[in-house]
Design a protein around this ligand. Structure first.
Ligand code: MG
Length: 306
């Protein structure tokens, strides 16, 4: 990853804007060299690809653009994501996908290789930690690090172990895989995410979560762009959440596009000062391509070329 050139930060030469469809939509007028996509609420919702995702990614790949996929959802590992995307008709190489299962494991190996860890998480993170040789325990008397995660098997018993390790034995630190309050699902529904587990542990122990590995932590962006010779100024982050996807891009000085198909509505942008807004706002993900390209490709506003 090369450092961002300040004069071109936050969109730079890609900054030109245009209205398309409705007043809230702001689309790019040029192509980027690399695209980083969130997954839930951006590429798919539940078990359905979002409109335009398939044709957009097929086209970007045909042009040889650098593509990466970065999710905060730790309930799958990259292999499971690749399998899901293949099942949905959109095969993506496993090495283009990164999520907190990968970055949490790397972070522990790098910073706390000898720690005894109690993960409140689903199987993929537990499996990755075990395979990495990290010692896991549910005995609060020996736990050094409690990991709060998106865990649909979260129980009072797990909360008690975290409580004892942090509050009673006063030995464990609290870290988390991701800060998301909920994971968006079809029909405007959602599932409580890691923020709910973090809050439960913080509420009873009085401790504060020290590290949250997922977006917007720059660790996720670094892991995503590792090994790529890409200038941040020519890279676009595309996601559905202001506090994670867009915040990570803003903090890095890179351009961002908010897609309104997941956790954010256009009205959520209204109270924000300009410097906290994404460069682009899209109603569907294929609006990542400029209108001139839509015309060349024969696409129309209704996505009938899908
Ligand atoms: Mg998302």
């Amino acid at each position: 990853m090369r450092a961002s050139n300040e004069s071109r930060a936050s969109g730079g030469e890609h900054q030109a804007r245009a209205a398309l469809g409705s007043h809230s939509v702001i689309v790019p007028l040029s192509l980027f060299d690399a695209y980083i996509f969130d997954l839930d609420g951006t590429i798919y919702l539940g078990d359905e690809l979002l409109p335009g995702a398939e044709r957009l990614l097929t086209q970007l790949r045909a042009w040889g653009k650098v593509l990466r996929f970065v999710s905060n959802n730790p309930t799958r590992d990259p292999t499971m994501y690749a399998e899901k995307l293949t099942r949905l008709g959109l095969p993506i190489p496993v090495d283009e996908i990164i999520n907190p299962v990968v970055t949490m494991t790397r972070w522990l190996l790098t910073t706390h290789p000898d720690a005894v860890v109690f993960p409140i998480s689903e199987a993929p993170l537990i499996r990755a930690l075990t395979e990495a040789g990290i010692r896991l325990s549910s005995n609060p008397a020996e736990v050094d690090i409690v990991i709060a995660s998106y865990d649909r098997g979260f129980t009072y018993e797990k909360l008690q172990i975290a409580f004892d390790a942090i509050w009673f034995y006063k030995r464990a630190r609290l870290v988390a895989t991701n800060p998301d309050p909920y994971c968006p699902l079809p029909g405007g529904r959602g599932e409580p995410d890691a923020a709910a587990v973090i809050a439960a542990i913080e509420a009873c122990t009085g401790t504060t979560c020290e590290v949250i590995i997922g977006k917007p932590d720059p660790l996720m962006l670094h892991a995503t762009l590792q090994g790529l010779n890409v200038d941040l100024a020519d890279c676009l982050m595309v996601g559905d959440r202001l506090s994670t996807d867009i915040r990570m891009a803003l903090d890095a000085g890179m351009a961002s596009a908010l897609v309104l198909t997941g956790g954010t509505a256009a009205s959520d942008l209204e109270p924000l000062p300009v410097q906290q807004r994404p460069n682009f706002v899209l109603e569907r993900i294929d609006q990542v391509l400029p209108p001139s390209i839509w015309q060349q490709l024969g696409w129309n506003d209704h996505g009938s070329a899908d």
